[in-house]
Design a protein around this ligand. Structure first.
Ligand code: UD1
Length: 434
């Protein structure tokens, strides 16, 4: 099995560029199912999750190919299979993004129900609510969601998609994509306002959809009979940018320029870093410099829907705050059980307790390297950056979680001065193949 071996204690210095966003490219790829033309996506990160979705798209009848680094071209060739299998869906929850487009375009879809995961139950009731509002008949059969549009076409409707934890990115994306081909006008109230939804809506409009209210919680969609081809440049990954910024904040003496990001997408993260004593200098709309000169101060933060602090940067922040001078409280209001990294951090000498949906973090003087196991994507990143701050050697296991969402993470950290090396079978195999 692959693992990352890290020698801690080195500051990060230099420049790092941010890749295209995983959470933006997945709905964009799913949306290409709706198109009758050729779609071209640029700035696509080469991630395990992207490859999984490309496999699903191919199974349901698309050609979906890489054309050089960062560019994927898709075209729907066949309509005879509208089934997303458990074997693929179980690798990645975002596979559910194909449900709305398949149903809207073909009048039928069978998509394996995604299971829970390391951070809780993760229901899909709001996805189904949105599609049912558009007239879909939906049932469960042997673990699959089976959805039909009576008469082959969905019909426009008004639906409120707010849930117990606020709006849902996934449910908004699925309902939005489906409504584009529905007969008549749809209104999504309580829509998610994450940048990834804006990107999706703009892409759909370029394909010929009519979506108004982009960037607001009220999306108005006038259905059209067909959509054509379009191109998109995937927006920079705000979570990857946040991860590099927090890593620089965690390591004393660090001075990192982060380029190709969207500063406006990271206000909450930069605000918390500044509050904790990290120097964040905005150079322009797409570049910041992050420096760690003094001591870290404790902060209180809650994860909430955008533009508040993102759940996907929670674990990394807990790693950083474990070395702050005082007690921090990090409350998870999106996924209250998303705290599997705490036990691993405590093995490294952190002092963190979970109380309900909150992590109570008592800052310690140092972390000490040891073997730790990643439980999910962002927990993996959090353990890597904790390892870079710890004394001695840290080995992070279960790297497949990290590879779902960060491309060449260790190489980019190495370039900033970290001592970090991938070891294990697949690393050797990859070197041989190259
Ligand atoms: C969420 C994050 C997203 C992040 C992703 C993976 C938010 C608002 N969304 O997206 O930024 O990239 O996790 O870490 O921060 N919910 C329901 N029923 C549903 C769908 C969702 O109750 O049908 C709940 C979820 O359990 C969660 C909240 O609504 O508490 C937000 O869900 P949603 O945005 O859909 O989650 P993801 O798409 O996974």
């Amino acid at each position: 099995m692959e693992k990352l071996v890290i020698e801690g204690g080195r500051p990060l210095r230099g420049t790092v560029r941010v890749n295209g966003a995983k959470n933006a490219v997945l709905p964009l790829l799913a949306a290409t199912l709706l198109s009758e033309g050729r779609c071209v996506l640029r700035n696509v990160p080469d991630l395990f999750d992207v490859r999984t979705l490309l496999d699903i798209l191919r199974e349901v009848g698309l050609t979906a190919d890489w054309r050089g680094p960062g560019t994927v071209v898709t075209r729907v060739e066949r309509h005879d299979c509208s089934v997303a299998r458990y074997e693929l869906v179980s690798k990645m929850r975002a596979s559910i993004y194909v449900l709305g487009p398949l149903l809207a375009r073909r009048g039928f879809a069978r998509v394996s129900l995604p299971g829970g995961c390391a951070f809780g139950l993760r229901p899909v009731d709001l996805h189904l609510k949105g599609l049912r509002a558009l007239g879909a008949e939906i049932g469960l059969d042997h673990g699959d969601i089976v959805a039909r549009a009576p008469g082959g076409r969905l019909r426009g409707a008004r639906v409120f998609l707010g849930g117990p934890m606020g709006s849902s990115v996934g449910a908004t994306a699925n309902t939005l994509m489906a409504a584009c081909l529905a007969d008549g006008k749809s209104v999504i109230e309580g829509a998610a306002c994450e940048p990834e939804i804006d990107e999706l809506a703009h892409f759909l409009n370029r394909m010929g959809a009519t979506i108004e209210g982009i960037g607001t919680p009220r999306l108005v969609i006038t259905g059209v009979p067909a959509l054509g081809g379009a191109a998109a440049h995937v927006v920079p990954d705000r979570i990857e940018a946040g991860t590099f910024a927090i890593a620089a904040g965690l390591l004393p003496g660090s001075d990192v320029r982060i380029e190709d990001l969207r500063v406006d997408h990271l206000s909450a993260v930069f605000d918390k870093l500044a509050e904790a004593g990290v120097e964040v200098t905005v150079e322009d709309d797409s570049a910041v410099r992050v420096r760690r000169t003094g001591e870290l101060r404790p902060v209180h933060v809650a994860t909430l829907p955008y533009p508040a602090y993102p759940t996907d940067c929670q674990a990394q922040l807990v790693s950083m705050l474990s070395l702050a001078r005082g007690i921090s409280v990090v409350t998870e209001k999106i996924y209250p059980d998303r705290f599997h990294h705490l036990a691993e951090l405590n093995r490294m000498g952190a002092d963190v307790q979970k109380e309900g949906p909150s992590a109570i973090i008592r800052g310690v003087d140092r972390l000490s390297g040891c073997d730790v196991e990643a439980s999910d994507l962002r927990a993996a990143a959090a353990l890597v950056i904790a390892g870079m701050a710890a004394e001695g050697k840290t080995t992070v296991h279960k790297l497949h979680h990290l590879d779902r969402g960060y491309e060449r993470f260790e190489e980019r950290l190495q370039a900033l001065g970290a001592s970090i090396e991938r070891q294990g079978k697949q690393a050797a195999a990859a070197r041989t193949a190259a």
